[in-house]
Write a protein that binds this ligand. Structure first.
Ligand code: COA
Ligand code: ZN
Length: 324
């Protein structure tokens, strides 16, 4: 069961999961990178990428060897017109064994669509600040939790794993600072619903490492460390510093998007997820395994850059292409 009461909070990185190459600190030997470009990236593009190109993009990402790809969202087409073709995308991709495909689901209707599309994993999403939740999913935080109750029940009836996202965990575009206690309260509600994993989102890219150091222990009181994911945006250049701090605390799951595409349509200025290439470069350089082929991610980013007609922001990608 995912919610392991024997949380390893007091033992951040077990001896069997340490990177021997690092003389610096105890770091995990293996990290799971959740590739969110097809969802967080493409949902924020002004233009709608044709379905066939989305499918090709996801197939290229699958070939790179990701353990998890967040492929699309089963949300209202009025809210996110860019991802209206979620069912067609899921039907068109080649599912690689060894990759888990997941999608955002806001309500029971979305869950039914995800089941019809044969998803084995989904994510529900709320936030730590009321104003953001109102803009993003048109409810209060409490209403969002009630809305997720049948979603989680239905998912588990079908053996589908559920991640619970808490957006604006490090700051809100409307309310500014967010108290760690507010994040902990929402985490409590999601854990009580029975989500299998928790993820904290730095929706607008304001997080700094001290916040990571405060929030991670609060979360591991509630969810086992290996079921906690962190989702950083690099809007202000702090994403990799936040990852490094989280690694020292034993976190082993990080979201990122190929090329650094991304944002949130309800979070003004939230451009730029942490770029997968930049994350992989740092992790691999530190001797931390991911199972992902960095060159193959570059190829996926080049493909989607062509489809979008612009250069992604990833520093690694730009350096790689400049020296190619
Ligand atoms: N899939 C497809 N259509 C959906 C849907 C879903 N999961 N949920 C609702 N809809 C449709 C309804 O059928 C209805 O359509 P109609 O107007 O043709 O009858 C319309 O959307 C409004 O539905 P309602 O239940 O009143 O929802 P709402 O307008 O209060 O919106 C959400 C609530 C959650 C559905 C919507 O805000 C949403 O999808 N948000 C997602 C935002 C997002 O993905 N943000 C990025 C992630 S950070
Ligand atoms: Zn995001």
């Amino acid at each position: 069961m995912a919610r392991d009461s024997a949380s390893p909070a007091s033992n951040p990185a077990s001896a069997s999961n340490l990177a021997s190459a690092s003389p610096l600190r105890r770091l995990p030997a293996h990290v799971t990178v959740v590739e969110v470009g097809p969802r967080d990236g493409l949902q924020n593009e002004k233009g709608v990428v044709p379905t066939a190109e989305k499918i090709r993009y996801i197939d290229l990402l699958s070939a790179a060897g990701f353990a998890v790809i967040e492929a699309t969202s089963f949300v209202s087409p009025k809210a996110i017109p860019q991802l209206t073709d979620a069912a067609e995308v899921m039907a068109g991709i080649q599912r690689r064994s060894g990759t888990r495909y997941t999608a955002l689901v806001p309500n029971a209707k979305g869950m039914e669509r995800a089941i019809a599309a044969n998803l084995r994993e989904v994510a529900v999403f709320t936030a730590a600040s009321e104003t953001f939740v109102r803009h993003n999913i048109n409810s209060t935080i409490a209403e969002s939790i009630e809305r997720f109750r049948p979603v989680v029940a239905l998912a588990h009836e079908h053996g589908i794993r559920v991640r619970g996202y808490i957006s604006t965990a490090f700051g809100c575009p409307y309310e500014g600072a967010v108290a760690p206690e507010a994040v902990a309260r929402v985490a409590d509600e999601l854990v009580a619903l029975g989500v299998d994993d928790l993820a904290l989102g730095d929706t607008i890219g304001v997080a700094t490492p001290n916040q990571v150091a405060t929030l991670v222990p609060l979360m591991t009181e509630r969810m086992a460390l290996d079921h906690l994911g962190l989702h950083f945006h690099d809007t202000r250049g702090t994403a990799l510093a936040n990852v490094l701090t989280a690694l020292e605390l034993g976190v082993t799951t990080f979201d990122s998007s190929a090329g650094g595409l991304g944002g949130c349509p309800y979070a003004p200025g939230a451009s730029g997820n942490l770029a997968t290439e930049d994350l992989l470069y740092m992790l691999h350089g530190m001797g931390i395994q991911t199972g992902v082929d960095l060159n193959a991610v570059v190829r996926a980013s080049q493909f989607i850059a062509g489809a979008l007609g612009r250069m992604p922001t990833s520093r690694y990608l730009q350096a790689a292409l400049a020296t190619a």
